[in-house]
Design a protein around this ligand. Structure first.
Ligand code: NAX
Length: 328
């Protein structure tokens, strides 16, 4: 049998953590033949809840689950870690200014990045889910100068999956027949779900996009504002679907993309597609099972360019706001 992969999940007792842990432990993320050690990192006040989850994990008697360990100290939780899911973040509370939210999260992700830098395994891969996910990933990467920045990525796979589902409904074909979708930019309402290179069965995305009213007033806002729609309907934010997107993201990264297909992930921009170098931006990506590669050479029309630029401008503003707070 293979040696276990050490997976640390932060915010483990939160709603996404709860939805993700059991599937990770059952082999949905890294494969059913891959033993995992699960490390649960929580705030001190949620350690008891994490202990309850560990009891439930125990009670599943899962063959791949080598051990469950609980921590309230990032350095201990990240010691020798291979796969990190940074889900825990500070939510926006009532009356909180956006700047306060950015700075509270910047400090969490700076601390966690620095701890990873010191103690993570040489092959560590970090997936940021906690919001603002792109900027949090940029901050964690900055505080981990010894870890190649390509090892940090942020989740836009949930948005990607939402776009696939919407296209599937529109074109009347199963999700397995949808390909070539891209989420560009920030994991926020400014994200741009691009279908101009997509296929939906026999139909091309460009053909579907000719109905501009549908594209602009229906498809794009439905995908970009799906999180709010779920909160309005469910009275709670996306949890199982976010956990599912996280598992898909890590699975693709660790096991690779099949054939010539691609997916979406937010990675540190090398300057591709006019996105300033260093921003953590969502791109069309493939994985060879080790690293993400940006899908090169896609033609970006004017319609897409304007939307990508708007989301990139928001990413620049987020980083600038964090930097301004840091030097205040
Ligand atoms: P919850 O509030 O249910 O859980 C968050 C958990 O994180 C809590 O248990 C809390 O104690 C813990 N936590 C907070 N700070 C921590 C720290 N410094 N170290 C360790 N644990 C810490 O939120 P949940 O619904 O699970 O969402 C988690 C994050 O995912 C939020 O920031 C949310 O906005 C974000 N999301 C990101 C998505 C994406 O696609 N990138 C989609 C879903 C979700 O909105």
């Amino acid at each position: 049998t293979k040696p276990p992969v050490v997976v640390t999940v932060t915010g483990a007792a939160g709603t996404i953590g709860y939805a993700a842990l059991f599937r990770v432990a059952a082999g949905a993320m890294l494969g059913r033949d891959q033993p995992v050690v699960l490390r649960l990192l929580e705030l001190p006040g949620a350690i008891s809840a994490a202990e309850g989850i560990a009891m439930e994990l125990d009670d599943c008697a899962l063959p791949q689950l080598a051990a469950v360990e609980i921590f309230d100290d990032p350095r201990a939780a990240f010691d020798g870690v291979n796969q990190v899911l940074l889900i825990g973040a500070k939510p926006r509370s009532k009356g909180m200014e956006r700047a306060d939210l950015l700075s509270a999260n910047a400090s969490i992700f700076a601390t966690q990045g620095a701890a990873l830098n010191e103690v993570a395994a040489p092959d560590v891969r970090v997936t940021v889910v906690g919001n603002p996910a792109n900027t949090n990933a940029a901050i964690a990467a900055r505080h981990a100068p010894d870890i190649p920045r390509e090892r940090f990525s942020a989740l836009t796979r949930l948005d990607h999956n939402r776009a696939i589902a919407q296209l599937s409904h529109r074109a009347g074909v199963p999700v397995t027949e949808i390909s070539g979708v891209t989420i560009w930019g920030n994991h926020s309402a400014t994200q741009y779900p691009d279908i101009f290179h997509a296929r939906a069965g026999e139909t091309t995305g460009a053909e579907l996009a000719r109905d501009r009213e549908w594209l602009v007033d229906d498809f794009i806002p439905t995908v970009a504002q799906r999180g709010s729609a779920i909160i309005a309907a469910r009275g709670a934010s996306s949890a199982a679907s976010a956990a599912n997107g996280t598992i898909d993201h890590v699975q693709t990264w660790a096991l690779g993309t099949p054939g010539d297909s691609w997916t979406s992930a937010a990675i540190v921009s090398p300057g591709a597609y006019g996105v300033p170098e260093g921003l953590v931006c969502s791109f069309p990506v493939r994985s060879d099972g080790t690293d993400w590669q940006i899908v090169e050479g896609l033609e970006i029309n004017e319609f897409s360019r304007a939307r990508i630029d708007a989301s990139v401008a928001e990413l620049e503003a987020e980083i600038a706001a964090v930097d301004a707070l840091a030097t205040r």
